[in-house]
Design a protein around this ligand. Structure first.
Ligand code: SF4
Length: 367
């Protein structure tokens, strides 16, 4: 079984912080793009798939007829497991009942909604196209139309955010029929309009200590409402963890279709061109190919696996690489076990609470 990722690189408008491969105002290329994605599927026709993920961009900007066309092609060209988890990223303000029905009928059973905040001043500051009410109503509408597995993304450390306003976002989230919440810290990327405003002193964002406080607050509040943290930034009600993303963190194989999509198959990582016109004309498929060495694979196993709260298994490491995890990473593991940042229990190595706060720098040591 493999995962299937489809990149839909279209958005209504660029958000102020966005450096993803996504293009606004390209409605006239939607159909050609979907035809190219369907063409790209042929190479993998018949592959057995048990998770599908449409990411972007904003997959929900596609009109209902293209949603149907893309769903139809996936159902026809791949062998989908009966319990396939099929997620589509959606943005408030881009959905209609017709689109929601097309998704459900096509097999999409998990909605991942980019909410980011339930505070209008924050949404405006980061340039989202929607307001809080639209986000709230979108989630209710998805649920009322039949989506029973709904995830949302929230952001911490965004301009104008305070711990009270962040609590408002979390409290609103838990009042809704949501089974999964991802909470990421905003990263101010070079070259984005938000970076310029930040450099010009237009906005302040919470500093690192405040960011960690918001993180701790998130964990406490979501736990109270039955959401378990299963990955550094992801929380789920029992049984609602994202199977597709777990596949990434466990170094599982996946096919990526579309412009800028990445695949990982048979020890090779490859990616398609980020140039939309080139992709539509059928060029730039597997433009970059990287063959992972054994050292790369061990390093990825640690860096991705340690993001999960259950940690990495020493037995699994031995099974995959024929070496003891202590023989390869013993020095790093011992050092951070002694400082209380990593814990070893039942053959698993995992971050402790205080280790999570410095996890980024520890993970770098596994490279
Ligand atoms: S919706 Fe997502 S992909 Fe689109 S511009 Fe905003 S952040 Fe970027």
């Amino acid at each position: 079984m493999v995962g299937l990722y489809v990149h839909i690189p279209f958005c209504v408008r660029k958000c102020e912080y966005c450096d993803f491969v996504s293009f606004p105002g390209m409605e006239n290329r939607f159909e050609e793009y979907i035809n190219s994605v369907i063409r790209e599927m042929d190479e993998y026709a018949g592959a057995e798939v048990d998770t599908v993920f449409w990411g972007g961009g904003t997959p929900s900007v596609l009109p209902a007829e293209l949603i149907k066309k893309l769903c139809g092609a996936i159902n026809k060209k791949f062998r989908l497991a009966p319990d396939t988890e099929w997620t589509a990223e959606m943005n408030p303000g881009t959905l209609t009942d017709e689109k929601i029905c097309a998704m459900l009928e096509g097999g999409i059973n998990r909605a991942s909604v980019g909410v980011q905040s339930f505070n209008n001043n924050e949404l405006r500051a980061i340039g989202r196209i929607h307001d809080s009410e639209t986000a709230y109503n979108t989630i209710c509408r998805l649920h009322d139309n039949g989506f029973k597995n709904i995830s949302i993304d929230l952001m911490e450390s965004i301009p104008l955010q305070t711990s009270e306003s962040f609590m408002n976002s979390l409290n609103t989230a838990v009042s809704l029929p949501i089974s999964h919440i991802s909470v990421y810290s905003l990263i101010i990327e070079d070259g984005t309009p938000l970076k310029k405003k930040y450099d010009d002193g237009v906005y302040n964002v919470p500093d690192e200590d405040e960011d960690r406080d918001l993180y701790a607050l998130t964990g406490r509040l979501l736990k109270e409402y039955g959401y378990e943290r299963y990955e550094i930034s992801n929380y789920a009600k029992p049984g609602h963890e994202s199977r597709h993303n777990i596949r990434y963190w466990q170094c599982g194989e996946y096919i990526g279709l579309g412009a800028a999509a990445h695949s990982y198959m048979s020890g090779k990582r490859y990616s398609n061109t980020t140039d939309l016109k080139k992709y539509i004309s059928g060029e730039g498929i597997k433009e970059n190919i990287e063959i992972l060495t054994e050292a790369d694979k061990m390093s990825e196993f640690m860096i991705l696996g340690m993001r999960m709260m259950k940690g990495v298994s020493g037995d699994e490491f031995k099974r995959l690489f024929g070496k003891g995890i202590d023989d390869v990473y013993g020095d790093i593991l011992k050092k951070y076990i002694s400082t209380g940042f990593i814990d070893k229990n039942g053959g698993f190595y995992r971050f402790t609470e205080k280790g999570i706060d410095v996890s980024n720098s520890i993970l770098c040591e596994f490279i």
